[in-house]
Design a protein around this ligand. Structure first.
Ligand SMILES: [Zn+2]
Length: 247
């Protein structure tokens, strides 16, 4: 066992025994780590604050064969706003779930930690109507980090700049003439493609002052959900859970 320092964001927590918690942590340099926080569920426990989903902290960990152990932790950011609003909580949970699916134990993916950190800060602090646009920003840039971002600038069939649809299988937008090449292709408006290009090019700061059409945010959401399902087999659990809470 070795003691090491790392910075991480808690993706998920689960109970262990009577008083402990296992934290699933996305670390900045070392990929995903599961670590036991002993006594975290006891009242006034030292590790209680850090043992919450979405907490960003500096950890001192003992490495272990299967599970690490939290020796000390110091919170860098916690996001109370995410716990006060069901929509923000759901979106942050969705982001953490997506990070969990694409991250690997022990191996860092350049940019994933920074993207999740930016995404959580956005969802916690952005004006409410932009929460969904923040999720689109996160999905697109997560695909970029993985080297899988679909093309929104030119038709992936012929290179034309005219946009009429989107093909998850071909990896981007299609013009009217090429739409028939993928029977599963869906319609996509030029305004939605422009929103996607903006979210890919401008970083988190590009969301400030953005006033996207609701229709484009939703259309991009549907297209990216299809792309994530096709390319990664990813079907999120989070939105379903929230719909159940609301009904
Ligand atoms: Zn074309």
């Amino acid at each position: 066992m070795a003691l090491y320092r790392t910075e991480g964001i808690v993706l998920r927590v689960r109970d262990l025994g009577d008083a402990d918690r296992i934290l699933e942590i996305l670390t900045r340099q070392g990929g995903r780590v599961d670590a036991v926080a002993h006594g975290a569920r006891r009242p006034r426990a030292k590790l209680a604050g850090v043992s919450q989903t979405f907490t960003h902290a500096r950890f001192l960990l003992w490495s272990g064969r299967e599970l690490a152990t939290v020796s000390q932790a110091e919170i860098v950011y916690s996001y109370p706003a995410l716990y006060e609003d069901l929509d923000r909580f759901a979106m942050a949970s969705y982001m953490a779930e997506l990070a969990e699916v694409v991250s690997r134990p022990g191996a860092s993916q350049g940019g994933l930690f920074e993207l999740l950190s930016a995404g959580l800060a956005l969802v916690a602090g952005i004006d409410r109507p932009l929460v969904d646009a923040a999720a689109r920003f996160y999905e697109l840039n997560l695909l970029r980090v993985l080297g899988m971002a679909p093309r929104f600038d030119r038709c992936v069939g012929c290179g034309s700049v005219a946009v009429a649809g989107f093909s998850a299988a071909m990896g981007g937008v299609l013009c009217d003439g090429c739409l028939g090449r993928d029977p599963q292709a869906v319609a996509l408006s030029p305004a939605t493609a422009a929103l996607a290009r903006h979210l890919l090019a401008r970083g988190a700061a590009g969301l400030a002052g953005l006033t996207p059409e609701r229709r484009s945010v939703d259309e991009l959401g549907a297209v990216l959900a299809g792309f994530l399902a096709y390319q990664l087999g990813f079907v999120p659990k989070t939105p379903r859970v929230v719909r159940q809470l609301r009904s």
